[in-house]
Design a protein around this ligand. Structure first.
Ligand code: RFL
Ligand code: PHB
Length: 392
């Protein structure tokens, strides 16, 4: 097989890229290791910045999002001593976020790509890539039991954190920045009426977050150990921790219900630079991950491919590599701001067992400062809704 852009991975990064390129008349093939059913049911992110929603609209894939997604104008932070209300349209000004599950975004993008006659090969796992230094890189993959090759002009590595594209770059050419936090998140999806507001909570027992997926579906998280064994968490224990950590004093605020899905997520920041090697460009989790506390991962993946697609379209139309050459620098500016914000929110809201009494008091003072400062609340609000796109 041959194509212009070989895209490895059908997560948000690969799917957004394939649709933008398809619309511009650039040929591409998407290879996805998992089945369609698997990628459509993977429960993950939920907060979309306006720029991400606008991209769905531009691609003609935003219809269901506007019907079923939940425009969200507020964010609350609970802590010992009070609640911080972050009123987004007042602070940002005029902006909000939309709560819509990542798996719904993925379903809509897959449907749009297939409806327009595009190719996504599911259960097609890329094994290795060669010729990255030349002009015709080749992706070797397995599909329906056969070894196949996809020859392309450009490889887009959109294969997530555990993919193979980043590791195809010689180690000495990459600079890696890594912070592994000493805890994880235990997340559940429950059939229960959700909190009306997105509520982050700093509690002495650890962080908690109350989000939602629909008026009848709650998405809830509690801080746990980095290597937590989920078998140790009965339904009762999960609900009890949530009631306590969300300061639900008389137990009347948080509704319980059947738990439909559960899992543990690491809390980590990882950035590899540059985001390019020869004819291969990396985007999304394949090259950077951020702690989930900022709700930035999916939005950064969408921002990367916005920049990449523009550069690729110029390359295929007029042969210029100017934008491609700037791709990594342009994206990394936004990535680092996303890392900064996610790192800040993670440090503000979690329990760190290593904290000295001094550090604990500073964290508490920071929460009280944010509660009383319009400037501090504006800083959180403007990062949460999404900073303006970089000039490229
Ligand atoms: P993905 O979604 O991991 O997709 C990569 C795809 O590549 C496939 N793949 C391969 N395909 C072919 N050959 C191979 N060798 C392959 N190896 C891998 C994989 O099967 C997969 O389909 O990466 P992408 O597209 O970069 O998207 C990134 C986002 O998924 C991620 O950043 C977010 O989920 C992070 N995140 C959040 N982001 C937000 O913007 N807002 C949020 O509210 C938010 N909450 C979260 C999150 C992530 C979480 N977890 C579980 C990590 C909450 C959680 C709990
Ligand atoms: C979610 O709804 O899954 C969610 C919301 C906010 C976050 C992370 C995840 O910071």
């Amino acid at each position: 097989m041959r194509t212009q852009v070989g895209i490895v991975g059908a997560g948000p990064a690969g799917l957004f890229l394939s649709l933008i390129l398809q619309r511009a008349g650039v040929e591409c093939v998407v290879l996805e290791a998992r089945s369609r059913d698997y990628v459509e049911s993977r429960v993950r992110a939920g907060v979309l910045e306006e720029g991400t929603v606008a991209l769905m609209d531009e691609l003609g894939a935003g219809e269901r999002l506007h019907r079923e997604g939940m425009p969200d104008p507020r964010l609350d932070i609970r802590f010992h001593g009070g609640v911080i209300h972050i009123d987004l349209p007042v602070l940002t000004p005029g902006k909000i976020v939309t709560v819509y599950g990542q798996q719904e975004v993925v379903k809509d993008l897959i449907a749009a790509r297939l409806a327009r006659g595009g190719t996504i090969l599911f259960e097609a796992e890329a094994a290795h890539i060669d010729g990255l230094d030349g002009t015709r890189p080749t992706i070797h993959f397995k599909h329906e039991g056969r070894d196949e090759t996809l020859e392309c002009d450009i490889v887009a590595g959109c294969d997530g954190f555990h993919g193979i594209c980043r590791s195809a770059i010689p180690e000495h050419l990459l600079t890696v920045y890594d912070r592994i936090f000493p805890f994880g998140w235990l997340g559940i999806l429950a059939e229960a009426r959700p909190f009306p507001e997105m509520s982050y909570s700093n509690h002495e027992r650890g962080f908690a977050l109350a989000s939602r997926r629909s008026p009848k579906l709650s998405r809830l998280y509690v801080q746990c150990a980095a290597d937590e064994d989920i078998a140790g968490w009965s339904d009762r224990r999960i609900w009890d921790e949530l009631h306590m950590r969300l300061y639900d004093k008389d137990g009347g605020e948080l509704f319980e219900g059947p738990i439909l899905q559960r899992g543990v997520t690491p809390v980590r920041a990882y950035i590899a630079a540059p985001m390019r090697h020869g004819r291969m460009f990396l985007a999304g989790d394949a090259v950077h991950i951020v702690p989930p506390t900022g709700a930035k991962g999916l939005n950064l993946a969408a921002a990367d491919v916005r920049v990449l697609s523009r550069a690729l379209i110029e390359f295929f139309r007029v042969g210029s590599t100017e934008r491609l050459d700037r791709y990594s620098d342009t994206c990394l500016k936004r990535v680092w701001k996303g890392v900064r914000y996610s790192n800040y929110m993670t440090s503000l809201l979690h329990r760190f067992d290593t904290h000295t009494p001094f550090e604990r008091r500073v964290q508490q003072a920071e929460l009280e400062y944010v509660a009383g400062s319009l400037a501090a609340r504006t800083t959180i609000g403007e990062n949460y809704v999404g900073l303006p796109f970089e000039e490229d």
